[in-house]
Write a protein that binds this ligand. Sequence first.
Ligand code: ZN
Length: 140
Amino acid sequence: MGFDEFGLISFVPFTKVSDFVDYLRDGKLKGTHCKKCGAVYFPPRPECVKCWAPESEVEWMDFSGKGTLLTYTTIHAAPTGFENKVPYTIGVVDLAEGGRLLAMIENTPDNEDDIELNAEVEVEPKMVDDNRLIYVVKLI
Ligand SMILES: [Zn+2]
């Protein structure tokens, strides 16, 4: 299985790290890390762009899903595939193990000004709409 069922619309149905979607389906948040230099990647990368180690030196690793909220915004004019979700709030999360992601905040308070920067968050895979896989952020 590839990336064809990841996200509300998949623009990249095939990559070297397509196992990522299988892990999400199993409820696991995984990225990759370089055995040679220790670099951590989320989203996963098949090769290391820091020390140029090949695919054989990069392996999958578990992510706890814990992180901190770097910034957020509420979307009122959505891109293709998200039109029926407006308004929705997205956040940029720095994951505890390293790596960064952008995802919808699932439990946005009524007043978005109540969201605190650097708040502790949890990221988890979620199945939405017609069998589409995304990951969401929860403020904790
Ligand atoms: Zn490396």
